[in-house]
Write a protein that binds this ligand. Structure first.
Ligand code: NDP
Length: 433
């Protein structure tokens, strides 16, 4: 903590992981302690921090902060999203980069971990302003990334539009048409099913977890939080597999629709018109909009937090247990506080942590890199099938690791341990670097 002051999110992410790893390190003292693995694991290889000046529509110069945290490349080039949101700071990007290292390890693909972004808020900006910002951001970032060094993707506030502008500027500055970003548009190297991947992957691993515990998704009532990329496709896949999704939200309030959320309307509101989720209630008579927090008070069997870090606190967790919720799978990164996670686990709620359950997005990003390298494009069905296989495999690794250390059913421990082992062994083999 003293070495990394004012970084509460980073401390939180590290604390959870180190607690899980204690049993592993204690059992292998000679290997891990002697090699300083934990000390090296928590220190990013480098952090690039830079100024991003751009001109708004009124002709005024605006200045934002830009970052790229290159955390660990022991199993592959750095890989992880870019987040554009006013709350972005070094602590948040370090927590995300740290989680990304272990997540990418779990996917089984050769990807190291990184994360980046800016405190720029794309909400309410014109397309021209977003382009001006993205071009300025990339004018610095392009020096530090490349298809074999660091391959960013999208995250909160960075979707297809932003990736397109960023790619255009990278190409212009480097003269290279290469797979330096993932989440690209389909005509210029994007992968089919990347847009759907995180949400679909979340539901695939949820399904695995339920089956392993003699439960099923069909017929269950589900609440999804957020209404962005992850939330939309989690809703779509959950419905395809026979669940009823009754609620979703944004940072202003939440929608309850007892007839089941109509995902096409959500897509139109969020992806096409870029409006607030309250608009859903104007368009669907059976829906009710409530301003503020409290979506967890809606009774559900399964809760999928897909918005942002620490959105689900202890009070929320208590309300979920009281309402009969028996499974939580994280679509967002670290959406559940440490206290809330513990409460859910102590009360028998099946809990799948984000670094396992939202790994579908980066997995298909990895598949996008493979397609770019081969100069080929796979069909939607091929990618979706591979995604399903990867999520199944992640569940197995997580479940096995928990069992190996006598913590069957503790998927938080399982994900941390399984993700760690591969990275740690690669680091040891590569010497003191
Ligand atoms: P988007 O920007 O598409 O959507 C984010 C959604 O979360 C918006 O609906 C936003 O609402 C809502 N939100 C943000 N803050 C809050 C809050 N405090 N309370 C309630 N709702 C809030 O982002 P993504 O869907 O891409 O990302 C969501 C989460 O999933 C993040 O944690 C991200 O790191 C994680 N993730 C994303 C992946 C991807 O492939 N996209 C991959 C793996 C993880 P509003 O419009 O009001 O801000």
């Amino acid at each position: 903590v003293a070495a990394n002051p004012n970084e509460p999110e980073f401390h939180q992410a590290v604390k959870e992981v180190l607690e899980s790893l204690k049993v592993v390190v204690d059992a292998n003292e000679e290997v891990y302690r002697k090699n300083g693995i934990l000390e090296r694991l928590v220190e990013p290889e480098r952090i690039i921090s830079f100024r991003v000046p751009w001109v708004d529509d009124k002709g005024n110069v605006q200045v934002n902060k830009g970052y790229r945290v290159q955390f660990n490349n022991s199993i592959g080039a750095y890989k992880g999203g870019l987040r554009f949101h006013p709350t972005v700071n070094q602590s948040i990007l370090k927590f995300l980069g740290f989680e990304q290292v272990l997540k990418n390890s779990l996917t089984g693909l050769p990807m190291g971990g990184g994360k980046g972004g800016s405190n720029f808020d794309p909400k309410g900006k014109s397309d021209r302003e977003v382009m001006a910002f993205c071009q300025s951001f990339m004018s610095e970032l392009y020096k530090h990334i490349g298809k074999d060094t660091d391959v960013p993707a999208g995250d909160i506030g960075v979707g297809a539009r932003e990736i397109g502008y960023l790619f255009g500027q990278y190409k212009r500055l480097s003269t290279l048409f290469e797979g330096v970003l993932t989440g690209k548009g389909i005509p210029f190297g994007g992968s089919l099913a990347r847009t759907e991947a995180t949400g679909y992957g979340l539901v695939y691993i949820l399904d695995e977890m339920l089956k392993a515990n003699n439960k099923e998704l069909k017929g269950k009532t589900v609440v999804v939080t957020g209404s962005g990329n992850v939330a939309i496709y989690a809703i779509q896949k959950a419905q395809q597999l026979g669940a009823k999704v009754v609620a979703l939200c944004d940072s202003n309030g939440y929608i309850y629709d007892e007839n089941g959320i109509q995902v096409d309307i959500v897509k139109d509101i969020k992806e096409v018109k870029r409006q607030r989720i309250s608009e859903y209630a104007n368009r669907v008579p059976s829906a009710k909009y409530t301003q503020g927090k409290g979506i967890w008070n809606i009774k559900c069997d399964i809760y999928l937090p897909c918005a942002t870090q620490n959105e689900l606190d202890l009070d929320g967790a208590k309300a979920l247990v009281e309402g009969g919720c028996f499974a939580v799978a994280e679509g967002a990164n670290m959406p559940t506080t440490l206290e809330a996670t513990k409460y859910l686990q102590d009360n028998g709620v099946l809990f799948m942590p984000g670094k396992a359950s939202n790994a579908g997005g980066v997995s298909v990003s990895g598949l996008e890199q493979s397609q770019n390298a081969m100069r080929l494009s796979w069909t939607f069905e091929e990618v979706d099938e591979k995604l399903k296989g990867i999520m199944k495999d992640i569940f197995k690794k997580v479940d096995d690791a928990a069992k190996r250390y006598n913590q069957a059913g503790n998927y938080v421990a399982g994900a941390n341990i399984a993700g760690f082992e591969k990275v740690a062994n690669a680091m040891i083999a590569q010497g003191i670097v």
